[in-house]
Design a protein around this ligand. Sequence first.
Ligand SMILES: Nc1ncnc2c1ncn2[C@@H]1O[C@H](COP(=O)(O)OP(=O)(O)OP(=O)(O)O)[C@@H](O)[C@H]1O
Length: 232
Amino acid sequence: MQPILEIIDVRKNYGNKEALKGVSLRIEPGKVIGLLGPNGSGKSTLIKLINGLIQPTSGEIIVAGKTLGIETTKMISYLPERTYLNDWMKVKDLLGFFDDFYEDFDKDRAREMLGVLKIDEESKLKTLSKGTKEKVQLILVMSRKARLYILDEPIGGVDPAARDYILNTIIKNYSEDSSVIIATHLIQEVENICDDIIFLGYGEVMLQGNVDDIRAEKGQSIDSLFREVFRC
Ligand SMILES: Nc1ncnc2c1ncn2[C@@H]1O[C@H](COP(=O)(O)OP(=O)(O)OP(=O)(O)O)[C@@H](O)[C@H]1O
């Protein structure tokens, strides 16, 4: 099966700081992958590289068999850590914007999810709470029929009661030929929806594998393994 994402010996230096020291990964379709690592481990750097926002110092990134370019950008639906949406826009303007901009956007699906979370399409973003803004942004990103979803801290500002809905939204809205990468510090919350996890530490892949296999082999949850591996 063709992988959705192949990262081949990718290095990224910022000046003389080595943020990624030769990372190689292969991500198969139909998976939810937790990208986990302590502060400064290189998660955001890796995500920016996959999205073509920065260039690797060396190495190669291939999305669905294609080297990075316009075609791969279209296949990726990206939720950045910080909002890029204009505060003066109404939720319905954003729906229109996504509908115009992305051929694969499913407006009806987005509307349905906004309805469940009781988010009024007439609201201006600047009047919404931080968590509600995050929900809107995640709904927009997950309403695209992309091959690869990359979510950078998707539930950080969302209250615990809404987290389950958000996580269910994520797993319900990807198909067998797509994959989801979730970068987060909220390991306990996401480990049950992840098929695989990647531990990134000090710019290197320290552990990668199936969540159930790792839990069985180590006899502990991913959360407690993370605390053990990266204890300060
Ligand atoms: N623009 C930049 N210029 C210089 N150094 C940078 C730059 N961006 C990141 N770094 C450094 O690269 C390393 C990896 O940073 P990165 O933001 O990728 O980590 P992260 O795992 O996403 O961290 P966090 O969990 O805190 O968001 C860190 O040491 C950081 O200081």
